[in-house]
Each structure stands twice: as structure tokens, then as C-alpha cells.
Design a protein around this ligand. Structure first.
Ligand code: FES
Ligand code: FES
Length: 151
């Protein structure tokens, strides 16, 4: 089936299988490998994207459900060739090790700061609780979120 959607501001279309995930369509059909596939079960958050402004796991959304909707992936966060301030904060604080969790954490942090510009540590913990990281121990990820928030 053919779907049409907006991805990172561009109108795109793709031929997808009815049972195919949005994550698969983004990565394998639309050339956007930034959203990572780690569990494909909604457990790790590495595939996090914004669907009509709502944070979702792209592995749990059917590509067909995104027809007519707007998706923002990690590739669409920066502007004018520059990284988004959240991406810069992750780099600056050393919150990136293997990097596999990073796109999802960045998207989740962008979503958090859009709704809560000055989050407390508990709010950060709650907002990022769906994003697993095997490498950092999370301390530097908290530093990155605080830096991006300017606190
Ligand atoms: S790949 Fe989607 S939550 Fe893990
Ligand atoms: S940096 Fe490796 S899983 Fe988070």
C-alpha cells in the first residue's frame, strides 16, 4: 500500500507492507537510519520519534497509521546545518558512548523541554524512563538535559 506523510518537513510517500512498522519504513524505505532498532518491542526507546508532536516508539506504530500525519525524527531536529541544542549538549557533556540510545534520548529530551523547559531531576527521570542506555550510567545524560535546559 502507498502512504503519504510529512517527515522532517518534507512531503514523502512510500510503498509499505500492511504490517510494517513506521520504524522500518523510516529506516529502510525513506533513508532515515537515525532512529535505531534495538528491541522492536517498545522497551528501549531507541526508535523514539515525534508523531504529530507526540513522542512515540516508531517500532510500535504501523507505517500505515502515519499516513497523512507528520513525523519528526532525530535527523529533523537541527536547523540550517547546525545541531539542535539538545544534540550539542549531549556531545558537550560526553553523554554519548556507543551512541545507540542517543537518537531516542535526544528526541525524548526535545519533547521533555518543549513541555517542561526547566525540569527537575525527577521530571527528567520520569520523561526518560522509557529510554534505556547500556553505557553511560545515565549521569552524563542528566548533565546533558540540564545543560540543554540552561540550568
Ligand atoms: S526499538 Fe522501539 S522501543 Fe526499542
Ligand atoms: S551510549 Fe551506548 S547505549 Fe547509551
Amino acid at each position: 500500500m502507498k502512504i503519504e506523510l510529512t517527515v522532517n518537513g518534507d512531503q514523502v510517500e512510500a510503498d509499505v507492507w500492511e504490517g510494517e512498522s513506521l520504524l522500518f519504513a523510516l529506516r529502510e524505505r525513506l533513508g532515515l537510519p537515525g532512529s535505531k532498532n534495538a528491541c522492536e518491542q517498545g522497551e528501549c526507546g531507541s526508535c523514539s520519534v515525534l508523531l504529530d508532536g507526540m513522542l512515540v516508539c516508531a517500532c510500535l506504530v504501523l507505517a500505515a497509521q502515519s499516513h497523512g500525519h507528520e513525523v519528526v525524527t532525530v535527523e529533523g531536529l537541527g536547523e540550517d546545518g547546525r545541531l539542535h541544542r539538545v544534540q550539542e549538549a549531549f556531545v558537550e557533556t560526553g553523554a554519548v558512548q556507543c551512541g545507540f540510545c542517543t537518537p531516542g534520548l535526544v528526541v525524548a529530551t526535545v519533547d521533555l523541554l518543549a513541555h517542561t523547559p526547566q525540569p527537575t531531576d525527577d521530571q527528567i527521570r520520569e520523561a526518560l524512563s522509557g529510554n534505556l542506555c547500556r553505557c553511560t550510567g545515565y549521569a552524563k545524560i542528566f548533565d546533558a538535559v540540564r545543560l540543554a535546559a540552561g540550568s
